[in-house]
Design a protein around this ligand. Structure first.
Ligand SMILES: *Cc1c(COP(=O)(O)O)cnc(C)c1O
Length: 390
């Protein structure tokens, strides 16, 4: 594919495909309509206030959301961004990452994590994942370090934090920055701290299907480092810290007021939703542990199940059986990044990351949301068990 050619890069394209075919499914993959119905009055009230104020960019809703969410994750500063991707890009830009630099991450993530590293001109360097959590394996980090390594971007995949203590220890030994890609883990806890508030910088996404989603694109960058905060604040607004004085090359990377308004309405319900997601995840795991590999929650972690993903060597057959029986599924992710055409120039071997490759062949995400009804979940469970003859 040529650069600039139109393509659908959203990871949730399969889900959008499913929404289009919805009539064939009796269960929803993510029940966003149910959520809207439940909060409709509050969401409309918030949106109305923005429309009446006619303040659409960098106004009071965004500022209120930044205060609330910074305090929620335990970070000193928060910056609403135009997407999770831009929040990651801005974090890298704040560290001045560029050509000649290397930044470590895993090949088992959504493309955005490595894409932004490449966009700065730096080189993404992949490190394989742990077999149980699917997050970066800290034991494999040191072998990937060179004199050009500037930082590490651990992904807290599916909704539980990576092993941030081990990663931060290596980072401080070698003078590296750590940016947590918390695009799937907003709300997750690790050893009493929250995702995005843990390392130097944490970023999250408010893409509609994420645990805390808006009605368009949105994201946030969190940090307790005043210097990094200052740089992100201007870089996300065209490199301006003072109007029409451009001291650096920045981007248009701001969250807008309408999305902030939607998020303010939804955030009031977020702790309850996180609890319901955890309960639904636990229920799946209890019912399916004898037939598939269910998600392992690392000690000290809570899981927000941005995806509830199981593993089985019979993945493709199971997905077909479920689809034939009204249960939508998705694969996060079918092709590890080192085998993507966009990264062919990095020159990795096909079998360079055996754990990522094995997991990409066996992983399957089941319907999950805070609005997954008991009946629908029972149906998913029944169909999975039936496939295995149980
Ligand atoms: C969704 C996601 C992103 C990008 O977020 P957008 O808001 O869609 O730009 C980055 N990393 C991971 C792991 C994600 O799941």
């Amino acid at each position: 594919m040529e650069i600039g050619e139109r393509c659908d890069t959203k990871e949730d394209a399969p889900e959008r495909g499913l929404i289009a075919k919805k009539a064939e499914y009796s269960v929803k993959f993510i029940d966003l309509q149910g959520q809207f119905t439940a909060y409709e009055a509050e969401i409309r009230e918030q949106i109305d206030a923005v429309l009446k104020s006619a303040q659409f960019i960098l106004g009071p809703k965004g500022a209120e959301l930044e205060r609330l969410l910074a305090s929620h994750v335990g970070a000193k500063h928060a910056f609403g961004c135009s997407s999770g991707t831009d929040a990651l890009l801005l974090a890298l830009m704040a560290y001045g990452v560029g050509p000649g630099d290397e930044v470590l991450t895993t090949p088992f993530t959504f493309i955005a994590t490595a894409e932004v590293i490449a966009l700065t001109g730096a080189t993404p360097v992949f490190v394989d994942i742990e077999e149980r959590t699917y997050n970066i394996d800290p034991r494999k980090i040191e072998a990937a370090l060179t004199k050009n390594t500037r930082g590490i971007v651990p992904v807290s995949l599916y909704g539980q934090c990576a092993d941030l203590e081990s990663i931060l220890k290596i980072a401080s030994e070698y003078g590296l920055f750590v940016i947590e890609d918390g695009c799937q883990s907003f709300g997750a806890e690790r050893n009493g701290r929250r995702s995005c508030g843990y390392p130097q910088v944490g970023t999250t996404s408010f893409f509609p299907s994420k645990p805390l989603g808006c009605y368009g694109d949105g994201g946030m960058a969190f940090t307790s480092d005043d210097g990094v905060a200052h740089r992100i604040s201007g870089l996300r607004n065209h490199g301006q810290w003072e109007r029409y004085r451009h001291r650096a090359i920045g981007i248009n990377g701001r969250l807008d007021e309408l999305q902030a308004a939607v998020l303010l309405a939804k955030f009031r319900h977020f702790p309850g939703e996180v609890a319901r997601r955890a309960a639904a995840g636990a229920r799946y795991s209890e019912a399916l542990a004898d037939v598939v590999t269910v998600p392992a929650i690392a000690p000290g972690n809570t899981h927000v199940y941005a995806q509830y993903s199981i593993r089985t060597p019979r993945r493709d057959e199971l997905a077909k059986h479920l689809s034939d029986n009204g249960v939508p599924t998705a694969i996060h992710y079918p092709v590890p990044l080192h085998r993507q055409e966009a990264f062919a120039h990095l020159g990795y071997e096909e079998d360079g990351f055996p754990v990522s490759s094995a997991v990409s062949r066996e992983i399957l995400s089941l319907p999950m949301s805070a609005f997954l009804s008991r009946e629908d979940q029972d149906e998913v469970i029944r169909q999975v068990r039936r496939f295995f003859g149980k």
